[in-house]
Ligand binder design. Structure first.
Ligand code: NAG
Ligand code: NAG
Ligand code: NAG
Ligand code: NAG
Ligand code: NAG
Length: 566
């Protein structure tokens, strides 16, 4: 859909009066110069292309240019003598120059890290456009190089490539490219991979994330949709999965997955013509909570409209149970090149079921393996868990890039809310929640608590991490290419929340009005369910509290406060 058509669609959706959610207005705006907090910059003489590799209790490992930094979560300083330096050899750099790459590209950007044992690591870097992995052990506090293996198909050539990798049971699963030009995408584990140039399996994918869950490894990505039959092309978002114990197929299939399946992810605003956010950008980790009285494991994901169209962004939630169900349902197929894509009838599906996890996939009959190779796509899309996106935003200025969850934050009323932190491509972090989530799945109420310009304007947020450390204030780590910043999880003490009404109007489970101190305070967890809550005012669903009284009315307010909009 081109930009003008999309604008028309948006306008007509609004005119049809469908449940198009109004862009929520942030309760608080915080400018870049007002942002306090620690920073880590690494080596400031170059772009570092930071990548969060691993989180330990009080430290994180950051992949960077020719180095891995071990950074303390207490104060964001580098831990002394814990840096792993790893540069490409002169020979590799010269080869890289010969390939026509510039000096910044001909460096080693560390992208992949996995623990293979207590003191045993596998680390991969772009190595001057010749991906390379090294095994290390730690001996007397120092890294000792054990061996080197080719990084082809494990690590991208370019630090900016949209690749993902995850370790599960000591094995590395990677979704990346296996050639210099980026034309040969693959999902790969030692000896086993997706088909070469089979557009049914992967069609120009941009991988965004991966994780192990139960017997599976899941991959999230967007790709050109083979099943899109109208003119032009469309990009759809996918969740793909393989079995961890896939041993490859029989005979000629020995180096191919027998369990690779994929499904479309549907993040859309319902209506006569649903409005789709088709391009997935990132996912959160799996988070567990109670929603509408039921427990569920959810993944939140950021979706956007295409780059050349009006800037629309959304966050949708998907339940892991729904995802698993879709992979048990009907397959999709196109019988001939010109026919429509249709659901495969159950009687046409061979036994054992194609794509299922089995003890020894090498003993599977050819008919099952051939079927799954030809039918990787499921007929049903995975529908979002709530009937609407949790947050939507139309903006000409920015798009969402990344979401993390402070899971199930308990409010004073005893209900728990998933608090979302959403990064944007212009350096903001939005704090948002669906205030209806504890009650219902059929509707959402979008609230944006704050909009904080954490990074310098124009720098994209690449990653986010919520950090809770015992005895310290919790914080949000914000990752850019060459900067890591720690900021508070809440801004209860902001001057804009300095009255009872403005404080309660934040609808922030982290903040409450303290009627004794006459301050907007961070809600300490230990106060929950105690008598103190009689003097602490908060109301997440409405953002109003009758005890806020009238004395604040005489305080001037500028009319942009949320209660005046309700
Ligand atoms: C930063 O990188 C440059 C070039 O790689 C190097 O010469 C310099 O020593 C590095 N500085 C620090 C503080 O590591
Ligand atoms: C990072 O530093 C911490 C604190 O010194 C240490 O416990 C941890 O093992 C280091 N991590 C790695 C992977 O070296
Ligand atoms: C990777 O993803 C980003 C963010 O969506 C996008 O801007 C960029 O073009 C993608 N890179 C490639 C090589 O497609
Ligand atoms: C996606 O969800 C919308 C509701 O938002 C629904 O109307 C539509 O049929 C779904 N599309 C697919 C392909 O499942
Ligand atoms: C698969 O392996 C498990 C444990 O090794 C065993 O208990 C089970 O019976 C096997 N299943 C089949 C179908 O062979």
């Amino acid at each position: 859909m081109d930009a003008s058509l999309q604008i028309l669609t948006l306008i007509s959706l609004a005119a049809q009066n469908v449940a198009w959610p109004q862009d929520p207005i942030p309760r608080l705006h915080i400018k870049h110069r007002e942002v306090m907090g620690q920073r880590f910059l690494g080596n400031e003489s170059h772009v570092e292309h930071f990548k969060l590799l691993d989180r330990a209790a009080t430290s994180i490992l950051i992949g960077a240019r020719n180095a891995i930094y071990n950074v303390s979560l207490h104060d964001l300083t580098e831990i002394v003598d814990q840096r792993l330096q790893w540069s490409s050899t002169d020979a590799h750099q010269q080869l890289c120059n010969l390939k026509g790459r510039d000096p910044d590209e001909c460096q080693n950007y560390v992208r992949v890290f996995g623990r293979q044992g207590p003191d045993h690591f596998l680390v991969c870097g772009t190595n001057a456009y010749k991906p390379l992995c090294r095994q290390f052990t730690i001996k007397d506090g120092a890294y000792v190089k054990k061996s080197e293996i080719d990084g082809l198909g494990l690590c991208p050539y370019d630090p900016r490539h949209n690749s993902t990798a995850v370790f599960a049971e000591g094995q590395l699963y990677a979704a990346t490219v296996a050639d210099f030009t980026g034309g040969e995408p693959l999902i790969h584990r030692e000896k086993i991979r997706t088909e070469r140039s089979d557009l049914n399996q992967l069609n120009g994918p941009n991988f965004v994330s991966s994780f192990a869950y139960q017997d599976y490894v899941f991959f999230f990505y967007r790709e050109t949709a083979v099943e899109y039959m109208n003119c032009g092309k469309a990009v759809y978002s996918r969740v793909g999965r393989v079995c961890q114990h896939d041993k490859g197929g029989p005979h000629a299939f020995s180096d191919r997955w027998t369990s690779f399946l994929k499904a479309r992810l549907n993040c859309s605003v319902p209506g006569e013509y649903p409005f789709y956010f088709n391009e997935i950008q990132s996912t959160s980790d799996v988070t567990e909570g109670r929603y509408a009285g039921k427990s569920a494991r959810l993944v939140y994901a950021v979706f956007t409209t295409p780059v050349n169209s009006i800037g629309g962004s959304a966050v949708c939630a998907f339940s892991m149970d729904n995802i698993l169900e879709v992979f048990q349902s009907a397959f999709k197929e196109q019988e001939t090149i010109n026919s429509n894509w249709l659901r495969v009838l159950p009687e046409k599906v061979p036994e054992p079921r194609p794509g299922a996890c089995v003890n020894d996939s090498r003993t599977l009959p050819d008919i099952t393996v051939n079927f799954v190779k030809a039918h990787p796509l499921m007929d049903d899309a995975v529908q979002s868990y709530f009937s609407l996106p949790v947050i939507t935003k139309t903006s000409f200025n920015y798009r969402f890039t990344k979401v993390v969850v402070d899971s199930q934050v308990k409010a004073l009323d005893g209900k728990a809310y998933d608090v979302l932190y959403i990064g944007t491509d212009d350096g903001r972090v939005l704090k948002a929640l669906n205030t209806r989530a504890p009650e219902t799945r059929v509707n959402v109420s979008q609230v944006i608590v704050s909009d904080v310009q954490v990074l310098k304007f124009g720098q994209a947020v690449k990653d986010l991490l919520v950090v809770h450390l015992a005895g310290e204030a919790s914080k949000l780590m914000v990752f850019a290419d060459s900067e890591i910043r720690a900021v508070p999880l809440h801004h209860c003490d902001s001057p804009a929340a300095a009255t009872c009404k403005t404080c309660v109007a934040l609808q922030d489970p982290h903040c409450a009005w303290d009627a004794i101190a006459n301050l907007c305070v961070a809600v300490p967890t230990k106060l929950h369910d105690s008598d103190n809550s009689k003097t602490l005012f908060q109301d997440i669903p409405t953002g109003r509290h009758r005890n806020c009284g009238y004395e604040q009315e005489i305080n001037k307010y500028d009319g942009t406060r949320p209660w005046s909009l309700a």
